[in-house]
Design a protein around this ligand. Structure first.
Ligand code: AMP
Ligand code: GLY
Length: 443
């Protein structure tokens, strides 16, 4: 089968690498891809907003499956466009939801209302529109600090503010609802009850009826060691997460994943693809913070290497509505990924710096993200440049393997965290929150 993969980051390199291992794959096309995906398929240019160009590519290359890495094309209705095209609809399976399903990520208010309709444990909330600033400020009087303030729409990781300072909370509400921050993403703003606990991400794959849980992961969003500095797309990831025990994950399955898939079905939202559950463990009980309608990045770079099953077989299960008959087999070892970024990221950074040492890497995978080939040389081309992923018999050994290889790779301005996974070693039974000022250590 010929597959078109959409995206060009580390997650997509990991997807391309995993798909290329399948005997069911014939040709893999990636758009836009990166020099890493080029090793497993062919990178092709494509304007996703041009439906004719997409149709032409699918027909010319005999593509039967379109796998969407990032959320934006899904929110933009890529799946809907293919499903509405008489020439394509019976030909092509899209891995990734229609726009109505992508709203689970695209609108936090929609997601919260969905959770409440389906009795999914989540923090209490209220939502306010542009003309409701006084009501939003008055609501702060009924809430306990810290205040959790969220822009409704997609805001590239900048849409959530958590503060114990009442003045700052008012200022943030004024900025967001007053139109000075985040644009249309803040047309509506949510005030949420603050939950204290440890964070973990769970992932599943579904054909809309059946679903299979994938390995859990924890990512490290802040740029600096000890969860300091600004938020990034993610500076590293660990899988599995020790405090996501069998018992905890059974609760995630029963209380969150199952009512979500049933809820989507009962609301007539056809959902196929990956679903990412951002969770907080409050005294052993999972609460859902957010949905993402895709795999995380860099979480995919630890989840996919741990997946022993053929990913094409799972996708085939989606295509034929037989996912219930497929098996998810997971490598029991620990997997750690460390992101190598350009100096200055997530702010301004230089590009075009030659990357050396990839040939020295042993016993680890290097997934490329912000790279380019220039005159036969690999150079930096983005904020997050590479992701070094390694296995170990436990997290400690996986960390050692990942960092040993991280040290072999070099480019001017190479920046990375040196504490990925360390919090999980100190107190493996309970720790693992981190980021965003969330109180840790409930248990
Ligand atoms: P989100 O963009 O929804 O993932 O939120 C970003 C981060 O804010 C999450 O990863 C949590 O660390 C934190 N957060 C969001 N909502 C809450 C909440 N209700 N209580 C505590 N922390 C939260
Ligand atoms: N690493 C978080 C995300 O992909 O949203």
């Amino acid at each position: 089968m010929n597959v078109l993969l959409i995206g060009g980051g580390g997650r997509e390199h990991a997807l391309a690498w995993k798909l290329a291992q399948s005997s069911m794959l014939d040709e893999l096309y990636v758009t836009p891809g990166n020099p890493g995906t080029m090793r497993h398929g062919r990178n092709v240019p494509l304007d996703l907003d041009d439906p004719r160009a997409l149709r032409q590519l699918i027909i010319d290359k005999r593509i039967r499956m379109v796998v969407v890495g990032p959320e934006a094309p899904l929110a933009g209705g890529l799946h809907d466009r293919i499903a509405a095209d008489p020439q394509l609809k019976d030909l092509v399976t899209v891995i990734g939801p229609v726009a109505a399903g992508a709203r689970l990520e695209g609108s936090k208010e929609f997601a919260k209302e969905f959770m409440i309709r389906h009795n999914i444990p989540t923090a209490a909330f209220r939502a306010f529109g542009r003309d409701q600033l006084p009501e939003a400020i008055a609501q702060l009087d009924h809430m306990e600090s810290p205040y959790v303030i969220k822009a409704d729409g997609l805001a590239q990781g900048k849409g959530v503010v958590i503060t114990s300072d009442r003045q700052e909370a008012e200022r943030v509400l004024k900025d967001m609802l007053g139109g000075n921050a985040l644009g249309h993403a803040a047309d509506r703003v949510l005030l949420e009850q603050h939950l204290s606990g440890t964070e973990v991400s769970a992932f599943l794959i579904t054909d809309g009826q059946a679903f299979k849980m994938l390995p859990s992961a924890k990512d490290y969003k802040r740029i600096g060691d000890g969860d300091t500095g600004p938020n990034t797309g993610g500076m590293g990831a660990v899988s599995p997460v020790p405090f996501a025990t069998k018992e905890f994950m059974a609760k995630v399955h029963d209380r969150i994943a199952l009512p979500t898939i049933r809820g989507l079905h009962s609301e007539g939202i056809p959902y196929q693809g990956f679903l990412f559950l951002g969770l907080i463990n409050v005294d052993g009980d999972p609460f859902l913070i957010e949905y993402n309608v895709r795999l995380g990045d860099p979480e995919a770079q630890v989840i996919l290497p741990r997946l022993r099953s053929d990913l094409m077989d799972l996708f085939e299960g989606i295509a034929t509505g037989t996912l219930s008959e497929r098996h998810v087999d997971v490598d029991g070892r620990a997997c750690v990924s460390v992101v190598l970024a350009s100096e200055g990221y997530p702010g301004k950074y230089a590009t075009g710096k030659p990357i050396v040492g990839l040939d020295l890497v042993q016993g680890a995978h290097v997934f490329q993200a912000g790279t380019a080939e220039e005159g036969g040389r690999l150079v930096t081309h983005g904020g997050r440049v590479l992701c070094v992923t390694a296995f170990g018999k436990d997290i400690e050994h996986a960390i050692l393997n990942a960092y040993t290889n991280t040290a072999l790779i070099d480019f001017e301005g190479k920046t990375h965290r040196s504490d990925i996974g360390h919090d999980l070693l100190r107190d493996p039974a309970s720790k693992g929150g981190g980021g965003s000022g969330v109180k840790l250590g409930v248990k």
